[in-house]
Write a protein that binds this ligand. Structure first.
Ligand SMILES: Cc1ncc(COP(=O)(O)O)c(C=O)c1O
Length: 436
């Protein structure tokens, strides 16, 4: 097991990220999944392979080449050379992405605000690196949180702090008091990372009034909101809420997008969108874009232009909106979510001993609360004796030692009959634990 040490290892602050879990957790899960290939896995939030559209991908590059040739006065040879050469670090398809974000997310942006990245993961990494340059700088997160931000923070040696509301307390109220107390301790909160829509790992949604309150607090304290939105287009009930970027008037939201879930993860194409006036300043905005590009030029040089050509071609073929594809996908995922809810209802008919679950309105994940601790040992027991793999929620907690009584269940890439089988197996395990 690889153990990373970082400069915060000796911190006493119980909300600070402990250095150990991230790599170890990923290793552990990969090993368990490899050791029990026949187990029904609710562990990974991959998009459904049944939705992959190889016909679209094969058509997309030639559609994009036509477009690029048009931009070069019909010179196909020039366009081909340009595509195969090292590319602009900021990206090749920024104009198409800007249009897609306008149509699908209501985000008014221009290509110059966008840095195309190797997936959202690189956008997270670049933003953390550019925003946190001083020793007192910290990034705020919900707890539990997406493992990608925890991993990026460890990689960069950036300190994360959890905003953890007490029972019944609003997130924004906790955020406001944490920010004031940090002012006293000398820590400088530079960013707040959030997945407001159908959060990974919990599946929850931030209400609109919370979005507004958070923007207000962050604007007052010059804290950038890193809005990560891979699941917003997969909404199963009612209307979507506006993204925080779409209602951001103060210029605090850096929006991060990815094509991993709407097209496919193999592309490794995503982006960061810097607001036109960061904290009200046009020049701060320009210098952040420049800084992200400079840092990227040493990290990945540029995002694969071949892969950008696939994304660009798909966008051209789909009239710069992924709405149609995402609606089809959402139908599929909604069925999966419903199958999981129905299976849970059947398998745990008595909800009286601390067994509860949420009904996510979108996304890939559901939270199941259990009346006992569920960690590594329990995952192994489930895999070995019951051939089912849930994901302990504690794996996503900053300390690795909170949220010990719940699991994340991913329903995105499991066939519907397997959802029922897997939940039945999990229920057998839970029943055995309850009578033991
Ligand atoms: C919250 C969150 N952000 C981003 C991503 C996707 O990142 P990438 O674009 O690097 O594939 C995921 C995928 O699991 C995710 O859950």
């Amino acid at each position: 097991v690889i153990r990373i040490r970082n400069r915060h290892e000796n911190d006493r602050d119980c909300t600070a990220a402990s250095p150990e879990p991230v790599l170890e957790v990923m290793n552990f899960l990969n090993e368990v999944a490899a050791d029990y290939p026949r187990a029904v896995s609710f562990a990974s939030g991959r998009p459904s392979e049944t939705l992959f559209r190889d016909d679209l991908w094969t058509e997309a590059p030639s559609r994009f080449m036509k477009h690029l040739t048009g931009l070069h006065h019909g010179d196909a040879n020039r366009a081909a050379k340009l595509l195969a050469q090292y590319g602009r670090t900021g990206g090749l398809i920024n104009d198409l992405i800007a249009e897609q974000l306008r149509r699908d997310e209501g985000l008014a942006c221009v290509p110059e605000q966008i840095v195309v990245t190797a997936g959202c993961q690189e956008a997270i990494l670049l933003c953390l690196q550019a925003l946190c340059t001083g020793p007192a700088d910290v990034v705020l997160v919900r707890n539990p949180t997406y493992i990608g931000i925890t991993g990026a923070a460890h990689y960069l040696d950036v300190k994360l702090l959890a905003v953890e509301p007490a029972f019944g307390e609003r997130f924004s109220d906790r955020l406001a008091s944490l920010v004031s107390s940090l002012n006293v301790t000398g820590s400088v909160p530079r960013a707040l990372y959030l997945t407001p829509d159908f959060d990974n790992p919990t599946g929850s949604v931030l209400p609109i009034e919370e979005r507004r309150a958070i923007l207000e607090i962050c604007s007052r304290s010059r804290i950038a909101v890193l809005e990560d939105n891979p699941y917003g287009m997969f909404c199963y009930d009612g209307d979507r809420l506006p993204t925080m970027a779409a209602i951001d008037e103060a210029g605090v939201v850096i929006y991060m997008s990815t094509y991993s879930k709407t097209i496919c993860p193999a592309l490794r194409v995503g982006c960061a969108v810097v607001p036109p006036r960061l904290f009200g300043s046009w020049s701060e905005s320009r210098s952040l874009v420049t800084e992200l590009i400079q840092r990227k030029s040493f990290l990945t040089v540029n995002t694969s232009q071949f892969n950008q050509a696939v994304v660009g071609g798909v966008l051209l073929l789909e009239n710069c909106s992924l709405g149609r594809c995402a609606r089809q996908a959402a139908d599929h995922y909604r069925h999966n979510r419903n199958a999981m809810l129905a299976s849970l209802e059947r398998a745990f008919s008595i909800r009286d001993c601390g067994i509860e679950w949420n009904r996510p309105g979108g996304g890939f994940f559901l939270t199941l609360s259990l009346p006992f601790t569920f960690g590594r040992r329990e995952v192994l027991a489930c895999a070995e004796d019951y051939q089912v793999l849930p994901m302990p929620m504690s794996f996503f907690s900053l300390s690795g030692s909170s949220h010990t009584n719940s699991v994340r269940l991913a329903f995105s890439n499991v066939e519907q009959p397997d959802i029922e089988i897997g939940i039945d197996r999990l229920a057998q395990y839970v029943r055995k634990r309850l009578v033991a």
